[in-house]
Design a protein around this ligand. Structure first.
Ligand code: AKG
Ligand code: FE2
Length: 277
């Protein structure tokens, strides 16, 4: 059985039908999903209710799963983290980021399942880092070649908001100890497709290591705004039981925070990747 894959935006994003994600994947569907992810960078599925165990099983076809140091998780399935506006401070997802880029081996991708969504609002945007790189001028590409940048967990999880109670503080200190800042190339090569993409993000990138602060900050600001121009993005309007599966090596995303005080609940399984080069 072939999947039906329908692109929904020129830069990235496709809708996929013809598969039941709650069941074990056939080798054929696994291969087709993998290829579709490489081709389209973010895949969207409607009407795919997933229990935490089947969500983790689906994600684990693509690599080892990450257990998040700060977000709460489903107790019986700790690889599935909970993004619930009544439990978490999620303001930092309303900022362009690629997930856990502060790790030495940031996420390959993630599977996000919509559990409860407002009737409208709470859309999520993704941007293609390869489209953004391709759109840079040649002189700027030459300047960036060979530069590295620092990615720091504390930028998106500031102590002032994530270490308020004693319990939060000890969890936060532990998270910082286990996750010191990492350095990654500013231009990353996708390990499978060989495509180049910008690998800096407003959520976690703090500096360009080889440049003085003033120059580095100005270049980072330029890259953050260049990479998230509308023509490099796709926007998804969620319905309950939608699933999004993105390649975190070559995209970043932004969850719009425009629906309060309504509640919104998402579950995420995060797949570990390799060290960027
Ligand atoms: O809530 C969303 O739509 C996405 C949140 C997010 O940044 C993530 O799950 O990685
Ligand atoms: Fe995210």
């Amino acid at each position: 059985m072939s999947l039906q894959i329908t692109p929904i935006s020129p830069a990235l994003g496709a809708r996929v039908t013809g598969v039941d994600l709650s069941l074990p994947l056939s080798a054929d569907h696994h291969q087709q999903l993998h290829q579709a992810l490489l081709d389209h960078q973010v895949l969207f599925f409607r009407n795919q209710p997933l229990q935490p165990a089947s969500q983790a099983r689906l994600a684990a076809y693509f690599g080892d799963l990450h257990i998040h140091p700060i977000y709460p998780n489903v107790p019986e399935q700790p690889e599935v983290l909970i993004l619930d506006t009544e439990r978490n401070d999620l303001r930092d997802n309303a900022l362009w980021h690629s997930d856990v880029s502060f790790l030495k081996t940031p996420a390959l991708g993630a599977v996000l399942s919509a559990k409860q969504v407002p009737p409208y609002g709470g859309d999520t945007l993704w941007a293609s880092s390869s489209a953004a790189y391709d759109g840079l001028s040649e002189p700027l590409k030459r300047l960036l070649d060979g530069l590295t940048a620092t990615h720091d967990l504390s930028k998106s999880f500031p102590e002032s908001r994530f270490a308020v109670t004693d319990e939060e503080r000890s969890r936060f200190e532990e998270a910082k100890r286990r996750n010191p800042p990492s350095s990654h190339p500013v231009v990353r090569t996708h390990p499978v497709t060989g495509r180049k993409g910008l690998f800096v993000n407003e959520g976690f990138t703090t500096r360009i290591n080889e440049l003085p602060e003033l120059e580095g900050d100005a270049i980072l600001r330029l890259l953050f705004s260049h990479a998230t121009q509308p023509q490099y993005t796709v926007r998804w309007q969620w319905q309950k039981d939608d699933v999004a599966f993105w390649d975190n090596r070559i995209t970043q995303h932004f969850a719009i925070d425009d629906y309060r005080p309504q509640r919104r609940i998402m579950h995420r399984a995060t797949i570990l990747g390799d060290a960027p080069f």
